[in-house]
Design a binder for this molecule. Sequence first.
Ligand SMILES: C[S@@+](CC[C@H](N)C(=O)[O-])C[C@H]1O[C@@H](n2cnc3c(N)ncnc32)[C@H](O)[C@@H]1O
Length: 286
Amino acid sequence: MTNGQDKQPQAAEAIEAIETIETPLLLEAMFQRYGYDFREYAPASLRRRLRRAMQIEGLATLSAFQDRILRDSKMMARFLNIVSVDVTAMFRDPGFYRTFRDKVVPGLREQPLIRFWHVGCATGEEVYSMAIILHEEGLLERTRIYATDINPRGIECGQNAIYPIRNMQEFTTSYQKAGGRAAFSDYYTARGDSIILRDFLRRNIVWAEHNLVTDASFNEFHAILCRNVMIYFKLPLQQRVHQLIYDSLVMGGALGLGSAESLRFTPLEDHYEPIGSAEKLYRKVK
Ligand SMILES: C[S@@+](CC[C@H](N)C(=O)[O-])C[C@H]1O[C@@H](n2cnc3c(N)ncnc32)[C@H](O)[C@@H]1O
């Protein structure tokens, strides 16, 4: 005989065991039906997002979720918004931008035409931060910035360049810490609760959907930023993405990763050298 307290963990274990069977089936179904491949995403974070999606959709099991998503493409779009963690900010980790300005920009000056790739650009704040740095360094006019993400909603937001005004105080502080040379408010116009970034910052940016899991490289770049994207991937997928990035960088090109990411333990580690000591910036050297 068991009491109620004993039953609780048993029930949780049973649910866990069933979800372990259901999850790969659901991910396979999404891939087969829509081409979105989350099979190699880190399981703990993916599981949290699946639970959240089930809650929002009012579904009790992953099997029910699978049944519905196979027949409802709008549900797939909603899930994409949940699974793609779009937390971002302008001049996120200001030291990164300062090091970029001091150590990478001098090399870029030698290029007649500069190509940049922001991989996993979310809603575009990172892209515009870099556009501001390039503008202040006199390089924006001859730079083509490609900004890509798996999520079309993020791309649309980046294209519109409209952001909540409530974030501007924080972004101004980060801009100053990143070595900003003007008043941050020079770069936008306020409209009610929002701001819109100035046109000249938007001109040289190409926005596009690109899925790191299933899409190939599409150019060679002098700098690639792939920050806070691979942390959501399992190791083998991280390594494939590193290969894709390596193949897309010119020799001497710069790679920027997020503060919790690193090239350590990747097979390509010795093809790069660190730029600066503290920030996750690397130069392709062989
Ligand atoms: C946390 S945000 C990072 C945003 C920005 N790079 C930064 O560091 O502030 C992660 C982004 O990666 C994108 N992402 C996730 N899986 C992806 C994939 N397979 N291909 C391209 N982008 C992906 C998400 O949609 C999300 O916008």
